[in-house]
Write a protein that binds this ligand. Structure first.
Ligand SMILES: NC(=O)c1ccc[n+]([C@@H]2O[C@H](COP(=O)([O-])OP(=O)(O)OC[C@H]3O[C@@H](n4cnc5c(N)ncnc54)[C@H](O)[C@@H]3O)[C@@H](O)[C@H]2O)c1
Length: 426
């Protein structure tokens, strides 16, 4: 059997694991990235992102000779585009990377090739944006060049397991494209693969993230309401979820990442007059850093002069190093604009932030408030007694309901919880 040759455009959180996965399953993979550092590292069998076991898999793939990296595409049987699709400042999809990657592969396309968009994109991207570029190859689209969308659902931290085991949706510009793409992914996918149109696949991916964003927005709105009503939102949600048909999500200091905080805007951009709940949910989640700051103001209102806030965790979710669209970065920006606050940060996964302290004791030095912002497992056993010794005022604000109130109070702290109002019942 001929060895399949695959060219993957973009070697980030999606493109690199996908490349390595195809390579260790016997395909010849050329990973392409515009970032030379990423390419150089990969050719040495090294990686520039954090993902459990990815380093081991990449090493094995590079050593086998099945995975090489370059800054330019090569001829292949299939081209997978896994480049970023961020939003601009005015919340519009920035499709410039997809356009650049599509244009870059045109000279390498041959009869019988597949082109697969993996990047999360607004509905219509493949048909309206990519096909006009791909037509420049001179190949008959859908007959000589098979095109589709295979959106990615993996969870950072579990990418390698989920790549293989998640169910996938594959949308083709015609049935044969979808079928050919499915056969390619069957190389390593154990989950079910469902075929549909390319536009439906594009819509599905952003609807999945929109569902989650809207439901988190409900939890966040409830957190604010519970603070005002004088109850504990966490208890309310836990008890309400005992209802057999209720499943309320968890509140927090905001929603980050390049998926939930981004994808719903693709729907708003396409249909601004219709996407009312979706837009309001995005704005509700985006309002949480300011809400956290309002609570900090309240907690520290009696302290005169500059107050020091020590922030534990800055990534957008626990146990990973990814800070993209992190609401904690937004909170730091809000605090930064205030002259009455000094900031210190400790995140065990992030070494380069300008406020990053050396360790958990250093971050607490002369602090007036420990703010638990990200529920990294690492923070489960904080050395609170030692941290308390170096603090100026012992306040603890838990935005994730992560630590046990009594345990924190037993270490001499005043404990505050996001979504918990002052009880009005006796
Ligand atoms: N990370 C996730 O968990 C996840 C999950 C589902 C979907 N997605 C989607 O997958 C896509 C890729 O996301 P990611 O997290 O891998 O991004 P990333 O930023 O980690 O990696 C993208 C890589 O593409 C490279 N690149 C940019 N332009 C290029 C070009 N023209 N040619 C070749 N390489 C180029 C960048 O240098 C970078 O290394 C996005 O659309 C994202 O929304 C991501």
């Amino acid at each position: 059997m001929n060895q399949k040759k695959i060219c993957v455009m973009g070697l980030g959180y999606i493109g690199l694991p996908t490349s390595a996965m195809f390579a260790i399953h016997g395909c010849k993979v050329i990973g392409v990235d515009v970032n030379e550092k990423v390419v150089d590292a990969l050719n040495k069998g090294e990686i520039t992102i954090e993902e459990p076991y990815l380093d081991i898999m990449v090493q094995a793939a590079v050593r086998s000779g099945n995975l090489i990296a370059d800054t330019k595409p090569h001829e292949a049987d299939a081209f997978i585009i896994a480049v970023p699709t961020p939003i601009t400042k005015d919340k519009k999809a920035d499709m410039s990377y997809v356009i650049a990657a599509t244009e870059a592969i045109v000279p390498y396309l041959r009869k019988g090739n597949m082109v697969i968009l993996e990047s999360t994109s607004p509905p219509g991207t493949v048909e309206e944006l990519m096909l006009p570029i791909l037509e420049k190859s001179g190949l008959k689209i859908g007959e000589e060049l098979y095109v589709g969308h295979s959106p990615e659902r993996v969870l950072p931290g579990k990418i390698l397991w989920e790549l293989v085991n998640n169910n996938r949706i594959i949308g083709g510009i015609n049935r044969i494209s979808a079928e050919k793409i499915r056969d390619l992914y069957k190389t390593f996918v154990n989950g079910e693969i469902y075929l549909t149109t390319v536009r439906t696949a594009e819509m599905c991916k952003i609807v999945e993230n929109t569902f989650r964003d809207v439901n988190i927005a409900l939890a966040n709105e409830l957190a604010k309401i519970c603070e005002s009503v004088g109850v504990d939102v966490w208890e309310v949600i836990e008890l309400a979820n005992k209802h057999p048909r209720v499943n309320i999500h968890q509140p927090g200091p905001g929603v980050g990442g390049h998926c939930l905080a981004v994808d719903p805007w693709f729907i708003v951009e396409k249909t601004p007059d219709l996407a009312k709940i979706i837009e309001l949910s995005r704005k509700t989640n985006d309002s949480m850093p300011q809400h956290v700051l309002n609570r900090i103001d309240e907690i520290l209102k009696d302290i005169k002069g500059t107050k020091k806030v020590s922030i534990l965790g800055i990534t957008y979710k626990p146990n990973i190093d990814d800070m993209r669209e992190s609401p904690i970065i937004e909170l730091i920006n809000l605090l930064d604009r205030r002259e009455d606050y000094e900031i210190s940060v400790y995140d065990p996964y992030v070494k380069t932030h300008k406020y990053q302290a050396k360790d958990l004791i250093d971050v607490a030095q002369n602090s007036d408030l420990l703010l638990l912002a990200v529920h990294h497992d690492y923070f489960k056993n904080l050395p609170l007694s030692d941290m308390a010794k170096v603090m100026r005022n012992r306040n603890f604000f838990d935005t994730r309901n992560f630590l046990n109130k009594e345990e924190v109070e037993n270490k001499g702290f005043k404990y505050f919880l996001l979504g918990q109002g002052k009880s009005k019942t006796k």
